[in-house]
Structures are given as structure tokens and as C-alpha cells.
Design a protein. Structure first.
Length: 334
């Protein structure tokens, strides 16, 4: 079993933050991979607040959680973005140093207040050019100013949160290397950079089911709540593992996702070719669909929220009623 590949916190903790190498340690010998990866969303899954679309698009007017709720005033400072939540005389201040999410769907800040860290109540949804309540948090007015700043994280939850969005952190949970960088997938790469006779982990060489679980360390193989929730479509490994295609033992994430790149979009021929590598294009499906876009019917888009859309990786004949009809979206149409 791939226990060795479970990304433990110990593997994340940089013993010596100052010398912990980032991607620059790999760029000299692997320029092509580095150049590609730098442009990927995974590389930017966490970013300094001042560099984030969240802070760069803030309106001049205060934001409000609801008509009778708290208002939020943001100020850009050298340390990051200061935020004040206020209603009547009740007021709380926080500091945002880091923002999570590359901005493809949503961006959510971490807010430091009173020695603790909260998941901000306010997120930015770049596709909609809108600020709104963070997905998963309740709508309406908060009970007090501190709660309005966000959802206070336990040390355990914060570790998990940063652990999936950064590549090295200090013992007091400061990210040393934000984003999913080389050494987060290529375990042992730091030693390899110092002495190339040591080989790092290459997930491309893992047997397909192990690779799926490896990526599933972050993309998840287990549902956080229960298996019946529609929200689980966002956990690609979990869904993919239900597929009969996966049972072949040969279907990996990298079958369809070239390493160091975002998902290929709006290119049905790219995915059709992957399907045809296992499904004979003549034998299977002897009807007009054969010329069609395989993923359009077998891996539909599912809209979970106005700002969030995922691809159902449970490859199957999607039956009517399988998924709520109003969540299924056509490809090529938004
Ligand atoms: C001094 C040059 C050098 C540096 C620096 C370096 N590498 Fe390599 N890397 C190599 C060479 C040479 C190979 C091929 C080794 C072989 O085939 O024996 C390699 C192979 C690899 C492989 C493939 C391993 C496999 O088994 O398929 C990965 C992944 C990798 N490097 C990642 C990294 C990462 C990540 C970094 C930065 C932390 C890094 N390398 C830094 C020279 C370097
Ligand atoms: C350390 C955690 C982590 C690991 C390990 C990881 N990912 Fe990710 N991945 C993320 C995060 C976080 C995002 C979201 C980036 C963003 O903010 O948009 C992401 C996004 C993606 C995307 C979507 C990019 C786009 O087009 O929007 C793909 C595809 C992806 N990962 C594939 C993989 C594959 C394949 C593996 C295994 C080889 C893997 N990931 C391993 C954390 C991880
Ligand atoms: C188990 C790993 C894991 C944990 C824990 C985690 N994330 Fe993520 N996060 C991901 C992956 C993988 C993606 C990309 C796929 C997706 O969007 O579901 C992602 C996407 C995001 C996005 C992009 C928008 C979206 O919803 O897709 C934001 C924002 C985000 N995470 C914020 C957070 C915050 C804030 C926390 C902690 C309070 C957190 N995440 C905890 C793995 C994780
Ligand atoms: C999300 C996980 C992930 C991250 C982050 C990542 N890689 Fe990789 N890398 C892979 C996978 C998966 C493969 C195997 C690709 C394949 O065989 O299809 C790979 C393969 C490689 C190889 C071997 C290429 C070959 O032709 O054999 C090198 C070298 C490499 N990566 C370097 C890097 C460097 C440098 C970075 C950072 C700039 C990086 N990787 C970041 C997942 C990752
Ligand atoms: C690595 C090989 C492989 C790849 C790639 C693959 N499949 Fe499959 N798929 C299988 C196997 C094996 C089965 C089960 C035996 C069968 O029905 O042929 C299967 C079954 C299916 C089924 C029937 C599922 C059911 O529950 O009855 C559908 C539909 C399907 N695949 C569609 C696709 C589509 C669409 C793609 C491309 C996006 C794809 N497959 C890619 C191997 C693969
Ligand atoms: C059979 C092909 C196939 C396999 C295997 C596959 N994906 Fe995907 N993936 C897709 C397609 C198709 C999209 C949607 C591209 C688009 O938006 O048009 C996608 C999109 C994604 C996204 C972007 C968010 C979303 O859900 O739309 C992430 C993240 C992702 N895949 C992760 C993974 C991970 C992790 C694995 C391995 C567990 C994996 N994928 C295996 C075909 C595949
Ligand atoms: C217009 C929707 C649609 C498109 C496009 C489509 N399929 Fe299907 N597929 C279905 C339906 C519905 C079934 C179940 C009934 C049937 O077999 O005719 C099915 C069944 C299957 C099966 C189950 C085994 C079988 O032959 O009955 C496989 C495998 C499959 N499709 C693969 C593919 C591949 C590969 C592509 C792309 C070349 C594709 N499908 C395109 C709707 C579609």
C-alpha cells in the first residue's frame, strides 16, 4: 500500500526555512518543466495577499455580508491587507497575509486575528468579478465582529489547509514555499538537487491506482462528509475510482492530464483520443455518437455554485436523475 507516499506534515516542514529551495533549485537542470509548471494554477494555489486578485479588485466602498450584517473595510499596507469588520459599535480587526486559490474559481484569504487564523468570510470570484460569502459558510449576518472576519480554524484544520496549498511550512505554520511546487510532488527532490544520484519520486512512474491515490492526498479519495453528497464531484480521484475504466488498473490522472499543466480545455479531440486508447472506436458505440465528444456525455460539467463548476470524473453512462438536471452544464456553453 502506498503509505510511503502519503504527504505527512513532517515531509512538509522545512527544517531550515532559509535554505529550503523553491523551484529555482530545479530550473537550471529542468528548464522546460519549470517553465510549464510556473504557468499552472497549482503553482499559484496560494499567494501573498498584496499580489492577489482578491486585494487588487477591492471596491472603494465597504463590502457588506448582508443588509443588516457587518461591513468590511480593507486597507493595503506593507504587511498585507488589513480588514475591519464593523456593525454599530462592534468592531474587530484582522490581517491578511495569504490568499488561497489561483483565482480560476474562487479566492479565499486567511485572516489573522487575536493570535488565531480564520478562513475569511469574504471570498472573491474572479470569473464573476464579484465578492461574496465563502462557499461552505452560512449566509446572513454574523453573531459578532470576530465571527464576521471568518471561520476560526483549529491548528489541525489550518495545517491541512496550508498543507494542500503550500509546499513547505515552518513549525508555526508560516508558508515558506507557497503553492504546489516541484518538491511537493517529487518527494526527495531537495536531496536530489544537491546530489542527482538520489532520485526523487516521479508520480508518472507509479502504477495507475497508486498515482490516483497520490494526487488524491490533496484532491481527495475520501469524502470529507458522506458519499452521497453532490459536492463530492469536486473530488476527482474519489469519483474516478468508482469508474469501470479505473478498474482496468491502467487509468491514471496523467492519462488525461499532462504533468505541469492545467487541464486541457475546449478540445474534445484531445480527450476522445484518450478514450479510444482503450475503447475501440469502431466496436464501441455503433451509432452517431461515435463522432461526438465523449466527455460531453460521459464526464459532464456539474455546477455546484454560481462560481464553481467541476467535471464529474465518475466515467459512466450518466442516467437521467443521476445528477440533479439543473446542475449539468453543456460543454462549450457557460
Ligand atoms: C544539477 C542538475 C539537477 C538539479 C539541480 C535537479 N535535477 Fe532533477 N534530474 C537531473 C538529472 C541529471 C536527472 C536524470 C537522472 C537519471 O536519469 O539518472 C534528473 C531527474 C529528475 C526527475 C526524474 C526522476 C525519475 O525517476 O524519473 C525528476 C522528477 C527531477 N529530476 C526533479 C527535480 C526537481 C523537482 C529538482 C529541484 C528540487 C531537480 N530535479 C533538480 C538533474 C538535476
Ligand atoms: C499538495 C496538494 C496537491 C497535490 C499533491 C496535487 N494537487 Fe492538483 N491541485 C491542487 C490545488 C490546491 C489545486 C487548485 C489550484 C487553484 O487554486 O486553482 C490543484 C489543481 C489541479 C488541476 C486543475 C488545474 C486547472 O486546470 O484548473 C489539475 C488538473 C490537477 N490539480 C491535477 C493534479 C494531478 C494529476 C496531481 C498528481 C500528479 C495533483 N494535481 C497533485 C493541489 C494538489
Ligand atoms: C485536502 C487538501 C485541501 C485542503 C485541506 C484545502 N484545500 Fe483548498 N483546494 C484543494 C484542491 C485540490 C483544490 C482544487 C480543486 C477544487 O477546487 O476542489 C482546492 C481549491 C481551493 C480554492 C479554489 C476555489 C475552489 O473552491 O475550487 C480555494 C479558494 C481554496 N481551495 C481554499 C482553501 C482554504 C481556505 C482551505 C482551508 C481553510 C482549503 N482550501 C483547504 C485542496 C485542499
Ligand atoms: C502536481 C504534481 C507535480 C508538480 C508540482 C511537479 N511535477 Fe514534475 N512530474 C509530475 C508527474 C506526474 C510527472 C510524470 C509525467 C509523466 O510521466 O507523464 C512529472 C515528471 C517530471 C520530470 C521527468 C520528466 C521526464 O521526461 O521523465 C521532471 C524532470 C520533473 N517532473 C520536474 C519538475 C519540476 C522541475 C517541477 C517544478 C518546477 C515539477 N516537476 C513539478 C508531477 C509534478
Ligand atoms: C485505461 C483504459 C481506459 C480508458 C483510457 C477509458 N476507459 Fe472507459 N472503460 C475501460 C474499461 C476496462 C471498462 C470496462 C469494460 C468495458 O465496458 O469495456 C470501461 C468502461 C466504460 C464505460 C461503461 C461504464 C459502465 O458503468 O458501464 C463507459 C461509458 C466508458 N468506459 C467511457 C469512457 C470514456 C468516455 C473515456 C474517455 C474519457 C474512457 N472510457 C476512457 C477502460 C478505459
Ligand atoms: C479520462 C480522462 C481524465 C482522467 C483520467 C482524469 N481527468 Fe481530470 N479532467 C478531465 C477533463 C475532461 C476535465 C475537464 C476539462 C475541461 O474543463 O474541459 C478535467 C478537469 C480536472 C480538474 C479541473 C476541475 C474540474 O473538475 O473540472 C481537476 C482538478 C482534475 N481534472 C484533476 C484530476 C485528477 C486529480 C485526476 C486523477 C485522479 C484526474 N483529473 C483524472 C479528464 C480526466
Ligand atoms: C450523445 C451522448 C454520447 C456520446 C457523445 C458518447 N456516448 Fe458513449 N454512451 C452514451 C449512452 C447513452 C450509452 C449507453 C447506451 C448505449 O450503449 O447506446 C453509452 C455507452 C457507452 C459505453 C458502454 C459500452 C457500450 O458500448 O455500450 C462506452 C464504452 C462508451 N459509451 C464510450 C464512448 C466513447 C469512447 C465516446 C466518444 C467516442 C462516447 N461514448 C460518446 C452516450 C454517449
Amino acid at each position: 500500500m502506498p503509505m510511503a507516499f502519503v504527504l505527512t506534515l513532517a515531509a512538509l516542514l522545512a527544517a531550515d526555512p532559509v535554505s529550503a529551495p523553491g523551484t529555482e533549485a530545479c530550473a537550471t537542470c529542468h528548464p522546460a518543466e519549470t517553465k510549464l509548471h510556473e504557468r499552472s494554477r497549482m503553482a499559484h494555489a496560494m499567494m501573498p495577499a498584496l499580489a492577489s486578485p482578491f486585494s487588487q479588485n477591492l471596491p472603494d466602498r465597504p463590502l457588506r455580508e448582508s443588509a443588516d450584517g457587518y461591513s468590511f473595510v480593507y486597507r493595503r499596507t506593507l504587511a498585507g491587507v488589513e480588514v475591519t469588520a464593523e456593525r454599530g459599535g462592534d468592531k474587530a480587526d484582522g490581517l491578511i497575509e495569504w490568499v488561497l486559490g489561483a483565482g480560476a474559481q474562487g479566492q479565499t484569504p486567511l485572516v489573522e486575528a487575536g493570535g488565531r487564523v480564520a478562513e475569511s468570510r469574504v471570498s472573491y470570484f474572479p470569473q464573476l468579478h464579484q465578492y461574496g460569502i465563502t462557499i461552505g459558510q452560512h449566509p446572513g449576518a454574523s453573531p459578532n465582529a470576530l465571527a464576521a472576519l471568518g471561520w476560526m480554524q483549529s491548528a489541525h484544520d489550518l495545517q491541512a489547509c496550508i498543507g494542500c496549498h503550500a509546499s513547505a511550512i515552518t513549525r508555526d505554520l508560516q508558508p515558506v514555499i507557497p503553492g504546489v511546487q516541484c518538491q511537493r510532488c517529487h518527494l526527495g527532490a531537495d536531496e536530489h538537487a544537491r546530489d542527482t544520484s538520489h532520485h526523487p519520486l516521479n508520480p508518472g512512474k507509479l502504477p495507475a491506482p497508486e498515482q490516483v491515490r497520490f494526487c488524491g492526498n490533496c484532491h481527495r479519495v475520501k469524502p470529507p462528509v458522506d458519499d452521497g453528497q453532490l459536492e463530492n464531484v469536486r473530488f476527482q480521484p474519489l469519483r474516478l475510482m468508482k469508474s469501470r475504466c479505473f478498474a482496468s488498473g491502467r487509468l491514471a490522472c496523467t492519462t488525461c492530464h499532462p504533468a505541469h499543466q492545467d487541464a486541457v480545455r475546449n478540445k474534445s479531440s484531445f480527450y476522445n483520443e484518450k478514450c479510444h486508447s482503450c475503447h475501440d472506436s469502431r466496436a464501441a458505440h455503433v451509432d452517431a455518437r461515435q463522432t461526438g465528444d465523449c466527455i460531453a456525455c460521459h464526464m459532464p460539467y456539474v455546477q455546484l455554485h454560481v462560481a464553481l463548476r467541476f467535471t464529474d470524473h465518475y466515467i459512466r453512462v450518466v442516467k437521467t436523475g443521476d445528477l440533479p438536471a439543473d446542475t449539468i452544464r453543456q460543454r462549450g456553453v457557460n
